[in-house]
Structure formats: C-alpha cells, structure tokens
Ligand binder design. Sequence first.
Ligand SMILES: *Cc1c(COP(=O)(O)O)cnc(C)c1O
Length: 392
Amino acid sequence: MMTENRYPVLEIDLGKLEHNLREIMARCAASGIQVAGVVKGFTAWPEMARVYERCGCPYLASSRIEQLKKLREAGIRTPLMLLRVPMLSELGDVAEVADISLQSETETLRQLNAAVEKAAKDYKNRRAGGERETESVEPAGSGHSEVRRHKVILMADLGDLREGFWDRQELIRAALEVERDLPYLELAGVGTNLTCFGSVKATPEKMRELLEIAAQVEETIGRELTYVCGGASSSLHMVLDGTMPAGVNLLRLGESVLLGDFLGCEMDFTYRDVFTLKAEVVEVKDKPSYPSGELTADAFGRIRQYEDLGIRRRALAAMGLVDYGSYTDIRPRMRGIEVIGASSDHTILDVEAVKERIHVGDVLEFDIRYASMVYLTNTDSVRRVFIPADLG
Ligand SMILES: *Cc1c(COP(=O)(O)O)cnc(C)c1O
C-alpha cells in the first residue's frame, strides 16, 4: 500500500472552479452566448466535470472520445461534444458516445451518418431483444418515436491553418449534403478555431467572416442554424470588452475558466488559484551554481548553459518532468524561489533568497500553467485532492 499522504499532490478547489465558470457563463449569457465546457485540460476528471454539469453547460467537450466515454460511464448526463475532427476508425464510438462533433471532411460526414444509423439499429435490436438497458445510454441516433440525430458543426478555417474547410464552396456543398442526404446527422451550425497553430488572433473581423459563412449556409439550406461557434478562450476577450459581433452564440472554453486568466482578457472577477501543485523537499544544501567537471549533455541530451553565481542554497523537490512536462510551466508561490531546472523525477530550486525558510520535509506550493495540467492530471504518480464546493 502507498501511504495516504504521499506527494506530489494536485489540489483542486471545486468552489473556485465553480465561481470562475458561473462568472464567465453569466458574462457570455449577457451577450447571448452559451459555453461548452472543455474538459480535456484536466483529462475529464468526473469530480470536476460535475461542476460544469451543475452550472448548466449545454455541452461538455473534449478532443478525445475516450474521455467522453469515461464521462458517460461516470454518470454525466450533459450532452457531449467531440472537439477533434474524428478519425474514420473511431466513428462507431463517436456515434455511440458523442451528441455533437466538429467536422471538416465530407467523407467523414458520410461515414458518420452510416455509423449513427448502425448504432441506432443496434440499440433498437438490443431493446427488442429484451436486453436490460439499465445503465447503457441511448446512442445519439437511437430510434425512439423520433430519431435523435448526431449534431455536427462544420468548421471553417479562417487562417489559423489547423482544422476546417478552407474552400468556402466546399463547406457549403458539405452543409447542403448533410441537410439533404444524411438523415442521421443534424447540421447544427458552423464554427471556427483560432490561435492554435497559426497564432491568428480572434478578432471581430474574423467573427464577422464566420457570420457571413453562416449566412451563406443558411441561405443555401433555407433555414436558420442553431449555432455559430466562435472559437475557444482566445475569443473570450471580445465578450468581456463588448466587441463580440451579435450572432456568435457558442464558445468552447477550457483554459480561461480553469486558470481564471487568459492572454488579452481583463478578468478581475476570477480566481487564479483553482489548482495548487504541492511537492515535498528532499534535499537542501549550499552548492555551487556552476557544475564542476567536463560538461556534456544533460539527462535529456540537451546542451545547457549555466551561469556562475557562486555558492547558493538549493532545494530539491520530489517531482519532475514526468509529472508536469516542462519546468517552465510551474511557478513557486513563495516569492524568492526560482525553478532552475528539472529531470524526470527531480525539480531543482534556487532558494537562496529565502534560505532560512526552506527545510527538508517542507511542502512547497506551485501555480501551474495549462500545458502542465494535462500531464499532472494524466498520471497516477500525482495524488489528486478535491476541496469540495461550499454548497450552502
Ligand atoms: C482545446 C480546444 C478548445 C478549448 O480551448 P481553450 O483555449 O482551452 O479554451 C476549443 N476548441 C477546440 C477545437 C479545441 O481543441
């Protein structure tokens, strides 16, 4: 048995998370915008996903179908959104588990239509066969009196050059095909993704471009779309400063909610410390700051530069790159501590400025960045501790 109080610990304050989410959702709602809660940053831990469910997010969203499946198995009833355009090889799972997905390939849409049809028939047959269905969830396309179709959002690439139709006519043809010829799919809307690969800023101009595409699709299919999905946290700044063009009505938000902060957003109403990473100090010694001996590459084959600052007090924390990915993505809370490096299982801290305060056995706290959250929530070597929301 592992000891119960082992470190490192990732502590999550569910009350602070709920506060951030409610505050951001309220501001979005005031602009007519719903929030899909993006859960991939924390590997879709159900304890946290339930906060999003309680706050009334219309969708929980992840790029990974296996995370959505895990949410269903944990009893989450909120509709589920698949963020990454699906692999052909996973369409069976998409049909069974996801209620809505982002799409950019016509062939994938055709095969998804067939997969939803198959899932609906299989479900019907199982029910007809009297199989007990106590726990299993009705798939999107399953046949009650009316067929529940799988919703799709067609993605337009507005220049960031990750996913999405580049050719607008191709997008419009795909929209028309879904509308007319793919009865197990429902064309729910159009969307875009910015600031991922191409570092392209989400601006009112880009939103208007998306709205124009939506209008063209609506004209072609002869009805209104449910969603114009204006992107991720990088689009939130427009909601907060009042520049979001009317008509955009859905955002997919991860990082801004979780960290209570995002580049370009003025947020003085959120908590920045939903997450606390805690690690135990295993060594404290005065050592030279410049290595002695002939220098070669470090543990990861990298050539590093070292600055000679003389003898410094250093602490070793018992966590490393395996836990959090990159040491530039964690930040000590105690002022005066600097992270100067890490290997797989060790983090090296310069504590000269606070040397009287650091001892072997101390537990130090760190803020985390979004990039390290994925690692920290994906490993069993980091113990998770939830501070429950105060429901009173
Ligand atoms: C991850 C992801 C998001 C969420 O991005 P944040 O910057 O964390 O808000 C939204 N949309 C897509 C397609 C994604 O892959």
